[in-house]
Design a protein around this ligand. Structure first.
Ligand code: RP5
Length: 163
């Protein structure tokens, strides 16, 4: 099945974060592909990936990176697809560096920036489902199911002392 979401990350070391994105995409039944593409170590590959993604059927790109996290922004500069940026929690500055590197795009080249770390990685998948859900009813339904279950779980467990 053609991948609709491309998940890229700057390093294999980002996988422990971006794996949460892929897990959620899989749970929602959204076909995806995953690849390490580094803005700094493989810049030509990044340009090639961003330029060719749309032609291959990708409709949303999720790009995660840490530190001097230029991957989402440079990717957005080379494609008109929506780019969702996930700041990976860096060891030295706890991901604030990643967040600021991704979020402060100049007007004209947007990156939809998520929270640092696991929450952002999961929400990137949910946001991709929201975007794709406008076109694909099955992803809209999967997202609605997920949200309804989440709500019901909270309502069914109101006592904070329960495990
Ligand atoms: C970034 O540098 C990557 O996104 C990663 O978060 C960070 C560290 O990369 P490694 O040195 O672990 O490969 O490009």
């Amino acid at each position: 099945m053609t991948a609709r979401v491309g998940v890229i990350m700057g390093s294999k070391s980002d996988w422990s974060t971006l794996s949460h994105t892929v897990e959620m995409l899989d749970k929602l039944g959204i076909p995806n592909e995953v690849q390490v593409v580094s803005a700094h170590r493989t810049p030509d590959l990044l340009f090639q990936y961003a330029e060719q993604a749309e032609g291959r059927g990708i409709e949303v790109i999720i790009a995660g990176a840490g530190g001097a996290a230029h991957l989402p922004g440079m990717c957005a500069a080379k494609t008109h697809l929506p780019v969702l940026g996930v700041p990976v929690q860096s060891s030295i500055l706890s991901g604030v560096d990643s967040l600021l590197s991704i979020v402060q795009m100049p007007a004209g080249v947007p990156v939809a920036t998520l929270a640092i770390g696991k929450a952002g990685a999961i929400n990137a998948a949910l946001l991709a489902a929201s975007i794709l859900g406008n076109k694909y009813p099955e992803y809209h339904a999967a997202l609605k199911d997920f949200r309804d279950n989440q709500t019901q779980t909270v309502l069914d467990n109101p006592d904070p002392r329960d495990a």
